[in-house]
Ligand binder design. Structure first.
Ligand SMILES: N[C@@H](CCC(=O)N[C@@H](CS)C(=O)NCC(=O)O)C(=O)O
Length: 270
């Protein structure tokens, strides 16, 4: 895959087209014009991924960027690497204050917002809950998403882009998550500045292409619940995701997942 024309290099990217963390990286590489080969790691989501991938990603998580001898996990660290390695066009804003602002935005989206869409996936794709429990978790996710839209609208303020005057880091760290919400049926109000921004962001080639790849991968999620039941998948309930499930009323979902051994936590490092 290639975008733009700047860099002759080609890198490998372990990811999944539906991962918002992977999407951040795809968009950044496309904005920089860096060619990349995406690769879905064998055994992703099972806790027993293929050795080459596990060696590069001790948590067994995507994305992982392979650039020559460099093997980098975690989307934020990958974005920083990309910005250092291919400085132009610059994605970060220029001033320390603005850089800190978009980094905070990224942190919130990665560790708070993401959990809501992930939780909806647990219910809708992986069928973790039925009946009253599903309704309770869905209602929590809906309320949290709508109030997040208000928060994001305030963060956008009068800006055209989250990054400032032009598309950049502040935008590519938000758009995968808002598109994730849209795919779950939650969109900002049509008249809102946030929805106008979402349309602008989605019109960019880097974002459009990444979104089309995600849309093409949704169909494969239809058998997610079966793969969980068959023991092919053990979902990672790490950090903010575990917190989301418990705080939204799904303690019993966690307990059942532990009993059935289809939930796992982060690895021990040795
Ligand atoms: N903080 C990490 C989070 C990455 C992450 O959670 N990736 C998920 C996919 S969205 C994953 O690979 N999970 C492994 C699993 O569910 O087994 C980042 O920013 O890259």
């Amino acid at each position: 895959m290639r975008a733009g024309g700047q860099a002759p290099e080609s890198v490998r990217l372990y990811d999944h087209p539906l991962s918002p963390y992977g999407q951040k990286v795809r968009i950044a590489l496309r904005e920089k014009g860096v060619a990349f080969t995406p690769e879905l790691p064998t055994g992703l989501g099972s806790g027993m991924a293929a050795p080459e991938f596990s060696a590069a990603s001790p948590r067994g998580e995507v994305p992982v960027l392979i650039d020559g001898d460099a093997r980098i996990f975690d989307s934020t660290i990958i974005l920083e690497y990309i910005e250092d390695r291919w400085p132009k066009p610059r994605l970060m804003p220029a001033t320390p204050e603005e850089r800190a602002r978009v980094r905070m935005l990224e942190e919130v989206m990665d560790t708070h917002y993401e959990a809501i869409n992930w939780g909806l996936g647990e219910i809708r794709f992986f069928r973790r809950a039925e009946g009253e429990m599903a309704a309770k978790l869905e209602a929590a996710a809906a309320a949290q998403t709508l109030s997040f839209f208000d928060w994001l609208e305030r963060q956008l303020g009068g800006r055209e882009w989250f990054n400032g005057n032009g598309f950049g880091w502040g935008d590519l760290v938000v758009i995968p998550y808002l598109n994730g919400s849209a795919s779950h049926g939650f969109r900002p109000d049509r008249q809102s500045a946030l929805e106008a921004w979402r349309r602008r962001a989605n019109a960019r080639a880097s974002v459009r292409e990444t979104g089309l790849e995600a849309a093409a991968a949704v169909g494969a999620m239809q058998n997610a619940a079966t793969r969980l039941e068959d023991g092919q998948m053990r979902r990672e309930y790490r950090d903010h995701r575990l917190e989301w499930m418990i705080k939204s009323g799904g303690l019993e979902v966690v307990a059942e997942g532990l009993r059935s051994q289809n939930i796992r936590f982060g690895p021990d490092f040795s």
